[in-house]
Design a protein around this ligand. Structure first.
Ligand SMILES: NC(=O)c1ccc[n+]([C@@H]2O[C@H](COP(=O)([O-])OP(=O)(O)OC[C@H]3O[C@@H](n4cnc5c(N)ncnc54)[C@H](OP(=O)(O)O)[C@@H]3O)[C@@H](O)[C@H]2O)c1
Length: 309
């Protein structure tokens, strides 16, 4: 009888001392930084925030490492780097219970202006890196019979936009993989979620990457109109957005706390609208409507086009 109560006590003690381990990528700015600030305050989690080496000094000045809060260098495009960080966390805490794949980059370029190297960089940051980290933590989550994977996607993973093809492709890839993983992980007690922000009111869209041919001072020819119309259009939508990195981070904290979070989590007003538009309006109708809504799209490349009238 006594041993029964002792066993029960041990279980409650364990529950009370159980501190899930959360690993977050891309914490140097934007959503990752906002999420780090929230998690820093929540004593009941053990947290590993990660960033590329150039952001580490800033993070070390912003946060104080402790027995529940670590700051580590992690370039998610490096397999060796991913394995080293995961191994270190397992050695120290024996677990990664929640993975937040937040790091991402965005190229601004029409398809024709991308190079093979640019495509690879876009895909390795937004898709190959995150899926590599997932592979590294899955065996452990599977053995425990629980775990949570939260991938930060985008409205661009639902609908593509001109001058952002490669970014969209990377988020479509992330969405496709996550959807398949949802089926695979569900019987194992692991949840998979895709946070889908639309436009966020932040400076992050200024940090876009350009290919050699899409860089502002390299542009010539038929695609100049595309960039000149799309850039201010995107910037306007960003600045009008009521969503901030903090509101996305708050939503991620909510998902962390939710027992069985859903797969798709539209995270901004425009994401909700596009989520339902995409499902309710046939694409062959939706695409021409969106084309008409793009600034001056019917006149793009007018002086160059060989299109037959
Ligand atoms: N901003 C938006 O409007 C928007 C909209 C939809 C979806 N999203 C998605 O939301 C997520 C967060 O974006 P954000 O708005 O917070 O942008 P952000 O401020 O540019 O943050 C992205 C973070 O990713 C990190 N990163 C880039 N390459 C990396 C690599 N190879 N290894 C590790 N970290 C890397 C950057 O780190 P460094 O500091 O080391 O450069 C940066 O801290 C991204 O996945 C993005 O695609 C953003």
């Amino acid at each position: 009888m006594l041993s029964f109560f002792n066993r029960f006590k041990r279980t409650t003690d364990r529950q009370q001392t159980y501190k899930p381990v959360i690993l977050v990528t891309g914490c140097g700015s934007g959503v990752g930084l906002a999420l780090s600030k929230f998690l820093y305050q929540i004593e009941s989690y053990r947290v590993v925030i990660t960033a590329r080496p150039h952001s580490l000094e800033f993070l070390q000045k912003t946060f104080k490492e402790s027995d529940r809060f670590l700051i580590r260098a992690l370039d998610i495009t490096s397999e060796a780097n991913r394995s080293a960080v995961v191994a270190e966390v397992f050695k120290k805490w024996g677990a990664i219970n929640i993975l937040v794949n937040n790091a991402g980059i965005s190229y601004r370029s029409v398809v024709e202006h991308m190079t093979e190297a640019d495509e690879f960089r876009q895909m390795s940051t937004n898709y190959l890196g995150p899926v590599g980290l997932i592979r590294a933590v899955l065996p452990h989550m599977r053995n425990r019979g629980r775990g949570k994977i939260i991938n930060v996607s985008s409205v661009s993973g639902m609908l593509a936009m001109p001058t952002m093809a490669s970014y969209s492709a990377s988020k479509y890839a992330l969405e496709g993989m996550s959807e398949a993983l949802w089926y695979e992980a569900r019987p194992l007690g692991i949840s998979v979620s895709l946070v889908q922000p639309g436009f966020i009111n932040s400076e992050s869209f200024r940090k876009v990457n350009y290919s050699e041919f899409s860089a502002p001072d390299a542009r010539t020819g038929p695609y100049v109109d595309y960039y000149e119309k799309m850039e201010p259009f995107i910037e306007r939508l960003m600045h009008k957005s009521i969503t901030t990195p903090e509101s996305i981070a708050r939503l991620i904290v909510k998902l962390i706390r939710t027992e069985n979070p859903p797969l798709w989590v539209p995270a901004t007003l425009d994401a909700f609208v596009f989520y339902y538009l995409r499902r309710l309006v046939p694409r062959r109708i939706l695409l021409p409507i969106l084309f008409w809504a793009l600034p001056g799209a019917r006149r793009w490349a007018a002086d160059y086009s060989q299109k037959r009238q």
